[in-house]
Ligand binder design. Structure first.
Ligand code: AMP
Ligand code: MG
Length: 291
């Protein structure tokens, strides 16, 4: 099974030092799909169970952590991915951080300040719903800082992620890839569905008109920051059921390679002096210990 998934991983991986080539990748690509939709969903249920087991071991080991960075254009499916992929894990060991327009306090610090505060601690899986990459994406597209400033950030990001990696954090970065047409369909669906309308922002439509600028910004960001320590994967995200399967496949591969282990706790040799632990110590009607 691992050999099979590694082949898939290479297919979606942005090879370090190479162009991501996102416009040449099909957002509706189904390469590696384990079967039709029902078969893939059934496979996903199995994956979710395995993910839960690996997360439990990571949490028990409490020595290393996993950081999952999720990026994608509006309506690419970041929220849905988090909802579906992590539905089996123990919430205690998982933390989702969503990055919005920086607050005045965040704005008055360097761009990595707010990010570093929420990186996962030992044992945790940290999920970034958007991330420090916004500072070379939306910030670039909207010219919120000078070009020399955002260009310098690629190196800052690579150095920051290398530092996290050196400290015991494994990093996986996922770009959810959809087409312009699919984004249009999803935004229209939200507009017409009273249960989804709340998700829409005016800015979603304004950003859509800058599609090409965003694709260029993504292409540069992924090409310049995919490293062995913190690789980018381009996830074909047009079919949500396949997207979920791919995302978990990448996470499983990563966690299997980490191979977290429960700590070896030797049972105490002799409990006989701990009278409170004796099976009969507190049975109703039994004599108080020591009487
Ligand atoms: P949403 O993910 O739909 O809740 O929207 C969050 C919004 O915050 C998006 O429009 C992002 O582009 C924006 N955002 C996130 N980080 C930054 C940043 N560093 N600078 C400016 N806007 C940002
Ligand atoms: Mg949004």
């Amino acid at each position: 099974m691992p050999e099979r998934s590694e082949g898939h991983l290479r297919h979606w991986l942005v090879q370090p030092g190479h162009a991501a080539g996102i416009t040449q990748r099909r957002p509706d690509d189904l390469s590696g799909v384990p079967g039709d939709r029902p078969a893939t969903e059934a496979a996903t249920a199995g994956q979710i169970a395995e993910l839960a087991g690996l997360q439990d071991r990571l949490w028990g080991e409490a020595r290393r952590s996993l950081l999952v960075v999720l990026q994608g254009i509006d309506a690419a499916g970041k929220d849905g991915t988090i909802k579906h992929v992590f539905r089996g894990v123990n919430p205690q060991g998982v933390r989702v951080s969503s990055f919005k327009v920086p607050t005045p306090v965040e704005q008055s610090h360097d761009f990595l300040w707010r990010v570093h505060q929420v990186t996962p601690k030992a044992g945790e899986i940290g999920i970034f719903n958007r991330s420090h990459y916004e500072d070379v994406l939306v910030v670039r597209v909207h010219k919120l800082v000078a070009e020399s400033v955002w260009r310098g950030r690629y190196d800052d990001i690579v150095a920051f992620e290398r530092m996290l990696h050196g400290g015991g954090t494994t990093i996986v970065k996922l770009f959810l890839h959809i087409s312009y047409e699919e984004q249009g369909r999803r935004l229209t669906e939200r507009l017409n569905d009273p249960d989804k309308c709340w998700k829409l922002q005016r800015s979603d439509f304004l950003e859509r008109s800058r599609w090409r600028d965003y694709q260029m910004a993504y292409e540069d960001a992924l090409s310049r920051t995919s490293t062995d320590d913190a690789p980018w994967y381009v996830v074909p995200a047009e079919h949500k059921w396949f997207r979920n399967w791919v995302v978990i496949e990448v996470l499983l591969h990563t966690l299997r390679a980490m191979d977290p282990r429960y700590p070896k706790a030797a049972p105490p040799e002799d409990l006989s002096d701990l009278s409170d632990l004796q099976p009969d110590a507190h049975r109703p009607g039994s004599e108080e210990p020591g009487r």
